[in-house]
Design a protein around this ligand. Structure first.
Ligand SMILES: C[S@@+](CC[C@H](N)C(=O)[O-])C[C@H]1O[C@@H](n2cnc3c(N)ncnc32)[C@H](O)[C@@H]1O
Length: 198
């Protein structure tokens, strides 16, 4: 899926390509895919990958430290503004199923507001932003990214469930330009993704 998406993206071959990833997880999924693609396609790049939960960050950080790759930096912070969780995430939460209830998400987001470490400013313009975070958090993340991206920045965003998914929630707040949909196949473990510019 990520290869398919990148095959539709033109990358600069002579200037540094900056990638901002939000949602590293354990570091062995999307971060590896992006790194492998960029390694084979561009001369110079840097991946700034954010993981807010300590336990996942520790795993991701040790995974990447053992690879000695200075082009990948794992950062232990939440990439969004705390206030936006209250305003753009909590009001959009719906529950589904026995486990993924509204209470489950609300409790976890409220916990982050209390205990999370949030990124301040970044000093570069991302060429690509890949968001593979938790369900419902995307608008708060995109709102922060908006301060740093330009009209050429390509957003690659996981879209969990099409009917009331991230795309629909994002459209409430942002004008998604050049929107493309990539359908995943959950039986093969691939989620839906969308790409767009702001
Ligand atoms: C679906 S997992 C990431 C999976 C990973 N990309 C992979 O391919 O294995 C989502 C991760 O995003 C992290 N996360 C959610 N919102 C975040 C935010 N605003 N900033 C940083 N990390 C966030 C969560 O802690 C969680 O570990």
């Amino acid at each position: 899926m990520i290869e398919d998406i990148f095959s539709n993206i033109v990358l600069s071959s002579d200037e540094r390509v900056n990638v901002l990833e939000i949602g590293t997880g354990n570091g062995d999924g999307t971060t590896v895919y992006i790194n492998n693609i960029l390694k084979s396609r561009v001369f110079d790049y840097k991946i700034y990958s954010y993981e807010g939960i300590d336990e996942c960050y520790q795993k991701a950080s040790s995974f990447w430290n053992s690879r000695f790759d200075p082009r990948v930096e794992i950062i232990n912070k939440f990439f969004c503004d705390k206030q936006d969780i209250k305003e753009m995430v909590l009001p959009n939460i719906i529950g589904e199923g026995d486990v993924m209830t509204k209470e489950h998400y609300t409790k976890n987001y409220n916990k982050i507001i209390e205990t999370g470490v949030f990124e301040g400013d970044i000093g570069y313009t991302p060429d690509i932003i890949l968001i593979d975070s938790w369900r419902f958090c995307h608008p708060a993340i995109v709102n922060k990214c908006k301060k740093y991206c330009d009209k050429n920045t390509i957003f690659i965003v996981e879209d969990d469930f099409r009917v009331y998914g991230e795309e629909e929630i994002l459209k409430k707040y942002f004008n998604l330009k050049n929107l493309k949909r990539y359908d995943g196949d959950l039986s093969h473990g691939t989620w839906n993704f969308i790409t767009f510019n702001l």
